[in-house]
Design a protein around this ligand. Structure first.
Ligand code: PAF
Length: 282
């Protein structure tokens, strides 16, 4: 497995892979790889002949009060996991390789950023688009795999590919869960043992609401409010928990047959932020 730290090196490696006629499947990550990332890599193997992973904790997607400094960094461990999963190439640049201090341009996002995490974390998705845009230009993958857990990220990247004419196919990998339902995340490492036993409460609340909706509830507002109160009573602080249109990413109070929705929540347990969602097609 090749590990490249500079843009010029990774471009050379990619050129060689392309000369060999390889279809390149790309998995962008911020490292601290867990089973969720392993699933992204396995999906990528199904989509292409060779898998390229990037590992870069992107400063542009962290707010000033967020956990950029404490975000887990375990490069050697991550590289071993990539070797074990037959990744061909890892791009692991330093901040200075990717960002110029004299940056003059940025990407703006309109209505897709108005609700969910976009409303709560100003600048987050702009930072994500900036790095994903750069990575697509550097790696020039044929296909890129992102997880359903970050569904708003997936939808906004999908829009960027369309509007900026990136020549890359986008594939969504399903959420990977622990046995008790908790969606895997690098940030789960922050949970105390006690919080870890409480944490699947978000999954259970979403699952309960989903079942009611599939059983015919078309105006789930009260149901959702009740689940929010229950979660608060267990010690969760709620950023949001609601039904959103998959297309617009705006909240929907009245659900309609034939439409696709995201039932999504973002909550805090102490200093750990958890997100989770279900896709619901009526
Ligand atoms: O989903 C993530 O891990 C990050 O947002 C991404 C796509 C690697 C960009 O930094």
């Amino acid at each position: 497995m090749d590990v490249n730290r500079t843009i010029s090196d990774v471009r050379r490696s990619i050129e060689l892979l392309k000369k060999e006629g390889k279809r390149i499947a790309f998995v962008p990550t911020m490292g601290a790889l867990h089973q969720g990332h392993i699933e992204l890599i396995r999906q990528a193997h199904k989509q292409g002949d060779t898998v390229v992973v990037s590992i870069f904790v992107n400063p542009e997607q962290f707010g000033p009060d967020e956990d950029f400094d404490s975000y887990p960094r375990e490069l050697e461990n991550d590289l071993q996991k990539c070797r074990d999963e037959n990744v061909s190439l890892v791009f692991a640049p330093d901040r200075g390789e990717v960002y110029d201090d004299d940056k003059k341009l940025s990407i703006e996002i309109d209505s897709l950023n108005k609700f969910m995490c976009g409303a709560i974390r100003p600048g987050f998705f702009e930072g994500v688009l900036l790095i994903v845009n750069k990575l697509f230009n550097i790696i020039t993958p044929d296909v890129a795999v992102f997880g359903q857990k970050d569904i708003q990220q997936f939808q906004i990247i999908s829009r960027m590919i369309q509007e900026f004419n990136h020549n890359v196919e986008l594939v969504m990998a399903p959420i990977v869960r622990a046995n008790d339902g908790l969606a895997l995340s690098s940030r789960n490492a922050y949970l105390t043992a006690e919080q870890r036993t409480t944490a699947p409460g978000l999954y259970r609340a979403l699952q309960f609401i989903k079942k009611q909706i599939l059983d015919g509830v078309k105006t789930p507002k009260l149901l959702i409010e009740h689940q929010i109160s229950e979660l608060e009573a267990k010690g969760f602080e709620i950023d949001y928990l609601d039904m959103f249109s998959l297309k617009t990413l705006h909240p929907e109070n009245t659900l309609q047959e034939g439409q696709k929705y995201i039932l999504a929540g973002a909550v805090w347990l102490g200093k750990t932020r958890l997100i989770d969602n279900f896709l619901i097609e009526l």
